[in-house]
Ligand binder design. Structure first.
Ligand code: 0X9
Ligand code: ZN
Length: 737
């Protein structure tokens, strides 16, 4: 058996030597293989099948196989469907499509995949045209004597103390799209410096280093006559046997550790003769060691549409996983926002396979947040992404890296655990819960946390310290205003090392309007919502609390709630279980808010999830809120969310609470929900409209008269604010009659 395996492997490798792609695959076919279990993977590897994706991917994988291998796989009950009998013809077809795309020129430079010289020329031209912003440099020289080139981009001025970010592509030769994306990023950062204030300010504080082709020898080999379109490794001469080392197995992090590694020179995942044996990995290491303050790194690959985070070599979670995950999710959302494409976030072990000695893990091990992004497509046609998808892939990736730049520009992550609304009724005081957590380690100095408030766009700004309730959680009391005058606010805080954070970038706005209750579900009676798993209506019994706090023993008001397992904790290994309310008709309504009382205990989102979503009609669900940390309520919390973008004017609004997914350990008591309100409000916007009903009328005069006299704090009737409801207010009503 062993002899057979070795012979097959040797035949495969000797075929690769010297012959053009067309001949090299004579007798080979391309097939979609249905992988069901690890044994299948092992078997396919043993018989010499070449995976075009990631070997250990359960599900469908594209493979290059001989007809004999297909036959053997089928005998082994591995479902195998030949998609291309004639690989020479397949390559000819691809070349033809590329030729046509290049001629048509849609997307300019990005109309077709570009060779190593073309990429170098493009980088040089970018630098020549923008010498203030960009410069090309040599990272190192490969086995075959090619120069690995990079480009540095930052605003003019001394960059010594700036943060740094690294993007690279093409450790793997055949992953052509992973070259186009870094070039696009370089070009659009430079262009953005001229016409986009946000990009300019990123580049004022950050130096971006981009190396589109780490593996030029391998890359050229995938284009060369006599080369191999499906080549992955570099082109090391392994003296006598097959060429090449898998650069993404050559890094010093559990090198040759046995997960997706091989010491066979003919293997696509050959680790190399020693750690850092390759000029390409050495050159990148030297570059990185010369870059102080390297905050983040993305190693672009294809394909599968994945955002892979550390660690990839072990199942032990990274101690900073909450930050690593949050940045992954920020990139996921950004990718999705452009063309709707899903890029799944996770560790390689969770969503792909463990691999040792990879680049992302090495940069993470030296204190950088390293990611591998597997670009389009999700599956077939694999590395041969149609040229028409180059620009869209670049566009979504650019949004992804902007999200990364935004993320690292914020030393403190500000969020609102109980929601953020945009409307209050006249004079209503709003208590806002604010969470301020350091983004990259360090500590928040709670004494520096304050809110800046002003009334209207031109009001005088005042600051009030925030009340610290512990663990980076604060309370802000935002006094209401009167009709027609919104409250504007923003937060400021410092880390103990003196880094300043403002949030949001502009001002948050609390408008004033008369609230209209559209739905009121007190839970005194069963609302008969659709339930899944252990969701049910009734009185919770204070059970559960293996971790966190037990369930309550009654509702926020009355006895009953809608809860996930009223008798105790949620289950382990739970899939998403939904509670769905609706539909509600919100036609003609504006500024919709969702409010309810929450009693929730859930583990941090790396393990367990609690989510609220809304949707209109048959549209897809939009997340309103999801736990960004562990939540351990020990009393009922009033929460409120602005759901206007989905709900306003919707004839069919649905609201959904989800419990799960959960992991295999640590159970919490989960969701309890009471007193759900959906309210809307009209924005009268008229000064003098004291009750905000859209009319300046006798009603407003009566409202003023009925509250006549001194007022404390902010009063809706004190529309000429002087702490007195008096004749000046009356006169303002009349002036706006
Ligand atoms: O196997 C790889 O090197 C990457 N996938 S690819 O199909 N482009 O070859 C994934 C590397 C991700 N990192 C880990 N699995 N550790
Ligand atoms: Zn790759």
């Amino acid at each position: 058996m062993i002899t057979t395996i070795l012979t097959t492997a040797t035949i495969l490798c000797s075929q690769i030597l010297g012959s053009p792609t067309i001949d090299r695959y004579e007798g080979w076919v391309m097939a979609n293989v249905e992988i069901e279990c690890p044994e299948d993977i092992e078997y396919l590897r043993d018989i010499g099948a070449r995976s075009l994706a990631c070997y250990d991917h359960p599900g469908q994988t594209q493979m290059l196989m001989t007809e004999k291998m297909v036959e053997n796989a089928r005998l082994h009950r591995i479902e195998t469907k030949i998609t291309e009998r004639d690989i020479a013809n397949y390559i000819k077809k691809i070349d033809q499509i590329r030729g046509e795309a290049r001629t048509a020129g849609v997307g300019g430079w990005y109309s077709d995949f570009k060779t190593w010289p073309e990429v170098n020329q493009q980088l040089q031209q970018l630098a020549n045209n923008n010498p203030k912003l960009a410069s090309v440099f040599e990272v190192g020289i490969t086995h075959e004597g090619r120069a690995i080139r990079g480009i540095r981009i930052t605003s003019p001025g001394d960059a010594t103390n700036r943060k740094r970010i690294l993007f690279n592509g093409c450790q793997h030769a055949r992953e052509w799209i992973a070259v186009m994306v870094p070039v696009y990023i370089a070009e659009h950062l430079i262009e953005g410096w001229y016409n986009n204030a946000e990009i300019q300010s990123f580049l004022d504080t950050t130096e971006v280093i981009i190396v589109p082709i780490v593996n030029p020898d391998g890359y050229e080999f995938t284009y060369a006559v006599g080369g191999d379109r499906f080549w992955r490794k570099n082109r090391r001469n392994n003296s006598g046997s097959c060429e090449g080392v898998d650069l993404n197995r050559n890094w010093d992090i559990d090198w040759n550790g046995g997960d997706s590694t091989s010491t066979s020179t003919c293997s696509d995942i050959y680790v190399g003769p020693s750690v850092f044996s390759e000029p390409e990995t050495q050159a990148m290491r030297t570059l990185i060691e010369s870059l102080p303050n390297l905050v983040t790194h993305i190693d672009f690959h294809s394909y599968s549409q994945l955002i892979l985070k550390a660690w990839g070599y072990t199942s032990t979670p990274h101690p900073d996983d909450n930050i690593i995950q949050a940045l992954g999710v920020a990139m996921h959302d950004a990718y999705q926002s452009v063309h709707g494409e899903q890029y799944t976030v996770g560790t390689p072990g969770d969503i792909l396979y463990y691999a040792d000695g990879t680049f992302q893990d090495w940069t993470t091990s030296i204190g950088t947040l390293g990611y591998t992004i597997e670009l389009r497509p999700t599956g077939s046609p694999g590395f041969d992404l149609p040229p028409s998808e180059i620009v869209p892939t670049c566009e979504e990736s650019f949004e992804g890296i902007l999200a990364m730049m935004r993320f690292i520009s914020n030393p403190v992550t500000v969020s609102f655990p109980n929601g953020l609304i945009s409307f209050v009724t006249p004079g209503e005081m709003h208590v806002l819960h604010v969470s301020m957590q350091p983004t990259f380690g360090g500590e928040v100095d709670p004494t520096t946390a304050k809110i800046h408030i002003r009334y209207g766009e031109t009001g005088v700004e005042g600051t009030v310290p925030l009340e610290h309730t512990g663990n980076g959680l604060f309370k802000a009391n935002i006094p209401g205003s009167f009709c027609g005058l919104s409250t504007e606010f923003w937060f400021e805080v410092e880390t103990t090392t003196g880094q300043n954070q403002r949030y949001p970038a502009g001002n948050a706005v609390l408008n004033v309007g008369a609230a209209q209750l559209v739905e009121e579900i007190t839970m005194d009676q069963n609302p008969n919502w659709s339930t899944d798993g252990l969701w049910s209506w009734g009185q919770p019994i204070g059970g559960g609390g293996q971790y966190g706090n037990p369930d309550p023993t009654s509702g926020a008001t009355g006895n009953n709630v809608m809860g996930y397992n009223l008798n105790g904790d949620y289950e382990s290994n739970l899939s998403e279980k939904h509670l769905v309310a609706g539909p509600y008709n919100l036609s003609g309504n504006q500024n919709t808010q969702l409010q309810f009382s929450r009693y929730l205990n859930v583990e941090q989102p790396m393990y367990d999830h609690a989510t609220i979503s809304v949707k209109s009609g048959n549209d897809s669900w939009q997340t309103v809120w999801t736990n960004l940390s562990e939540i351990t309520d020990d009393q009922w919390q009033a929460v409120s969310y602005d759901i206007s973008t989905v709900a306003d004017n919707s004839p069919e609004l649905w609201v959904r609470w989800t419990m799960g997914s959960t992991d295999s350990a640590w159970q919490y008591s989960g969701w309890n929900i009471d007193d759900v309100y959906i309210s809307t409000s009209i924005e009268s916007g008229m000064v003098g409209d004291v009750n905000c009903d859209g009319l300046v009328s006798v009603e407003d005069v009566l409202t003023i008269i009925s509250s006549w006299g001194p007022c404390e704090g902010v009063c809706a009737e004190d529309i000429v604010p002087d702490q007195n409801i008096n004749v000046s207010d009356l006169l303002l009503v009349i002036a706006n009659w």
